[in-house]
Design a protein around this ligand. Structure first.
Ligand code: ADP
Length: 468
């Protein structure tokens, strides 16, 4: 029985809600505290931030994974099984360190496990040698799935990995690395190098002993990494980057509005909007705009904000105080311009930002910046003006996800042909990917390709020219 099973799981999870974690205990140097965004008094643990000599040692120790592909696959399969066996503790860590709700934690764990099994299996058909030492740099919004996916791809193909987790989520990363080591990945093949992006991250992408970089995060950081690599790394060193998005959805007059409302809510507000795939601007055809807006604001009222550990919670806090303040000041500017259509009340404790709906003219300027929170813009368009909308979407330069709610078949083909985006979602929510069957990745400012979780991804982690 699923309900009973999940209650049992949550009881088991709660055993880990008080535990204090340490990574790199006993080392000299800076120690960072990892805090809970819902309860800033809850210190999840302490992390030793890598010093220049730690980085030097890691680079010296780094070793390729000198085992046949079948053994690498079996090891990654064992890691997947260990992730599943430790679901309760992983849920506790995802909740405490990243404020993940229960459904978000479940999806995240599944994705991480799927990456391990998928890349392990894919590696069997890659006969090219590895690239060498890969630096993997990941963000806090999918601290398990993206972190594990990058590492699994680099490891499956036999590379050495230096993994730099995001500043806000080093302990979930340390936990995952521990399970990978327990599964049999050699310690010098996979090394965790926690620390600040500007120092530790920067060092790990500019050392000539690094042969390739896999990065997920902001577009600005990806551009910085690309120039550091161009200056310091061997020519042709691969950069595989997944970056931001300014994602839109069109709802035309033929859309099934009940479905569209449900999908807009999930696409814009799930995970407090902290997904690169999240919907930022919904374009609604004028004829249905009033009815749609009424239905959407009504549905927003039903959202439950609060403690991410509770099953009834839809939306938890954002990741930290800086993120909260940045989003709040953006919303305050829209408020002063009288553009707020609907804003929910936010809990006063924890780094909460209430979901907000903001009206915006077509071709929005404020969409130049990615607001990584539960902030949705609404624009209307006239019948016959879909091209203007598509031009505005293309003009942003980003091309990650796009949603379409329409029952006109030819419109689907038209949108697919005209838009330069990686993932288009039709008459459904605009969320995520399925490893193996629905790979994820963007175009333009949103990423380099190939898509993660797709059949071509691993090839970038192999090389014809590197010595075997
Ligand atoms: P976000 O807005 O998601 O935090 P960032 O791009 O700032 O996006 O961070 C993503 C990852 O990149 C984090 O692990 C961060 O520490 C790292 N990072 C930030 N700046 C640099 C840099 N100059 N070089 C390498 N890594 C960096």
């Amino acid at each position: 029985d699923f309900a009973l099973a999940s209650k049992e799981l949550l009881r088991h999870r709660d055993e880990f809600m008080q535990k204090t974690y340490t990574f790199g205990a006993g080392s000299n140097g800076e120690t960072a505290h990892s805090l809970n965004p819902f309860d800033p008094n809850d210190c999840v643990g302490h992390v030793h931030e890598s010093s220049p000599s730690d980085i030097e040692n890691a680079l010296k120790q780094a070793e390729l994974w000198d085992a046949p592909a079948s053994e690498r696959k079996q090891t990654l399969d064992r890691a997947a099984a260990l992730f599943e066996e430790n679901t309760a503790e992983i849920f506790a860590l995802l909740c405490r360190e990243a404020a993940k709700t229960v459904p978000d934690s479940l999806a995240e764990l599944r994705e991480a496990v799927d990456f391990l099994r998928y890349y392990g299996a894919q590696a069997l058909s890659h006969t090219n040698p590895p690239v060498g030492t890969f630096t993997c740099i990941s963000p806090w919004n999918f601290p398990l799935a993206i972190f594990t996916g990058q590492i699994a791809a680099a490891l499956a193909t036999g590379n050495a990995v230096l993994a730099k987790p995001a500043e806000d989520t080093p302990l979930i990363a340390a936990y995952a690395v521990d399970l990978l080591h327990k599964a049999g990945v050699p310690e010098n093949v996979l090394q965790l190098i926690p620390g600040q992006g500007a120092s530790v991250g920067a060092a790990l992408v500019s050392d000539p002993r690094v042969d390739g970089v896999c990065f997920t995060g902001s577009t600005a950081t990806a551009l910085r990494i690309r120039s550091a690599m161009a200056e310091n790394l061997a020519p042709g060193a691969p950069l595989i980057a997944e970056t931001g998005g300014l994602n839109a959805m069109i709802i035309d007059s033929t859309a099934l509005l009940e479905q569209a409302v449900t999908d807009v809510i999930a696409s814009a507000f799930q995970s407090a909007g902290q997904r690169c795939s999240a919907l930022r601007c919904v374009y609604v055809q004028e004829e249905v705009a009033e009815r749609f807006t009424k239905m959407l604001t009504g549905a927003m009222d039903l959202l439950s904000l609060g403690n991410p550990s509770l099953l009834q919670t839809d939306i938890g806090p954002v990741i930290n105080l800086a993120a909260q303040q940045k989003i709040q000041s953006y919303v305050a500017a829209a408020r002063s311009e009288g553009r707020i259509i609907k804003e929910l009340p936010a809990p006063s404790v924890g780094h909460f930002v209430a979901p907000v709906l903001i009206s915006t003219p077509l071709g929005v300027k404020q969409m130049e910046e990615e607001i990584f929170g539960p902030v949705l813009h609404l624009a209307t368009f006239k019948s016959g003006a879909i091209d203007e909308v598509l031009d505005a979407v293309n003009a942003s330069g980003y091309g990650l996800t796009f949603g379409l709610h329409s029952r006109i078949d030819s419109r689907v083909a038209e949108v697919q042909e005209k838009l330069h985006v990686g993932n288009i979602y039709v008459n459904r929510n605009q969320i995520g990917a399925i490893v193996g069957s629905q790979p994820f990745g963007g175009e333009g400012l949103s990423g380099t390709g190939p898509k993660a979780g797709g059949p071509n991804y691993l090839a970038r982690f192999t090389s014809h020219s590197a010595p075997i």
